[in-house]
Design a protein around this ligand. Structure first.
Ligand code: BJ8
Length: 383
């Protein structure tokens, strides 16, 4: 008889998902399932799914390989890029090793240049992502999506039919719906789960290859969270914090903990991996499915876009929906686009949402954990 796992055990499992899926990835490779390695939320996953491939996120989140990367790259570079390059160079990331093709996009300057060097280790294909969301940009991005489809078909010798793309769009949308319903549990006050648990599930779900199954599991887990909340509350009320900024992989533990150990609750994650990547769906009924994919992905409110109104739109909606008391922005060192955008985000949060705001720049080391904690204590005391 299979034992029913407690919710904390399920959250912990999602927290370890990246590592836990190594074996599954190996098994799938043995069955000749193609693997596409990606670094960014602008990658239209549905195209890889339509040819039966698995997509793996290669953004590395540990400082382990940064010294090796710094032998080749400038030290003053975003840790996400240095870590990712370092894992590729040292061949220490199983997902990089399993990837048959790496697909990148022309997002920030650092990533663009890294892709040129990754070509030494693996076949790399780069999509030309426009840096604005104008009608002309949409036209270019749609062409890039069709070019990617052709590239995948040619590289893997597998056909990508419209019917398969539509099926993949539906499956991927279902997962987005399930993840959205899951994070909506944080509308409850007091919160039913911790911010770290929220992060772990959202992040872990991206390392599951069985999209239909993980969708089902997330729906069941969400229902259980509501059921258990009816009988007992694990947390008391406290300041409700929204986190925005760079992807949190590699810094989630120290930043979310600093908020929660000082009495705050992280109720919303706007970053990639959180609402930014899940909020909008692809229009399943669109006459032109490639146009629908282009619209959905180009709409992502990343700071590589100029201007970037969709980030403000999402922030405003999340603040209202999750009854947020303050916004904390986490940026990675040398991430110019997010670091420069902190000024606009601060002005928006202070002047239009009338909420307190603080930003923190960090990297993958643990050396600033004490300093982050001290700043967070002061910020939360002020609320
Ligand atoms: S859609 S956030 S995943 S680009 S942190 S590498 S931007 S210097 S990760 Fe990102 Fe796509 Fe945008 Fe999301 Fe460059 Fe900044 Fe480093 Fe970054």
């Amino acid at each position: 008889m299979e034992l029913i796992k407690e919710l904390p055990a399920i959250f912990a499992e999602f927290g370890e998902q990246r590592k836990n899926s190594f074996v599954r990835a190996f098994e799938l490779k043995q069955q000749n399932i193609p693997f596409v390695g990606v670094f960014c939320s602008y990658f239209p996953d549905e195209l890889a799914m339509a040819m039966g491939a698995c997509t793996v996120g290669l953004c590395s989140t540990s400082d382990e390989t940064i010294p090796e990367a710094e032998k080749d790259l400038p030290r003053n570079l975003c840790p996400l890029i240095k870590s990712s390059y370092g894992f590729a160079k040292t061949d220490k990331c199983p997902y990089f090793y399993f990837s048959d093709l790496i697909v990148g996009e022309t997002t920030c300057d650092g990533k663009k240049k890294m892709y040129e060097y990754l070509g030494k280790f693996k076949p790399v294909y780069v999509m030309e992502l426009p840096n604005s969301q104008s009608p002309e940009a949409l036209e270019l991005w749609k062409k890039e999506i069709i070019k990617l489809k052709n590239k995948l078909e040619e590289h893997f010798g597998l056909p990508i039919t419209e019917e398969k793309v539509r099926k993949a769009v539906h499956l991927r949308n279902e997962l987005r719906r399930a993840l959205r319903e899951f994070y909506q549990v944080m509308r409850l006050d007091p919160v039913p789960i911790s911010g770290l648990e929220l992060y772990n599930v959202l992040n872990g779900a991206s390392f599951r290859f069985d999209k239909a199954q993980v969708t089902q599991e997330i729906r069941e887990m969400t229902q259980r969270i509501y059921d258990e909340y009816k009988t007992a509350h694990k947390y008391t009320k406290g300041p409700r914090i929204l986190i925005t900024g760079c992807p949190l992989g590699g810094v989630a533990e120290k930043t979310i903990r600093a908020i929660e150990e000082n009495g705050g609750h992280v109720v919303a994650l706007e970053n990639c991996g959180g609402a930014k990547t899940v909020d909008k769906l692809v229009d399943e009924d669109a006459e032109d499915i490639y146009d629908a994919l282009a619209r959905r992905y180009l709409d992502i409110g990343c700071s590589v876009m100029s201007p970037n109104p969709n980030r403000l739109d999402l922030l405003g909606r999340l603040v209202e929906e999750y009854k947020v008391d303050a916004v904390v922005e986490i940026t990675l060192q040398a991430c110019h686009t997010y670091n420069i955008e902190t000024l606009g985000i601060k002005q928006f949060v202070n002047e239009q949402l009338h909420l307190p705001y603080m930003s923190m720049e960090t990297d993958y080391s643990t050396s600033d954990a004490g300093q982050i904690n001290t700043r967070m204590t002061a910020f939360l005391e002020m609320l």
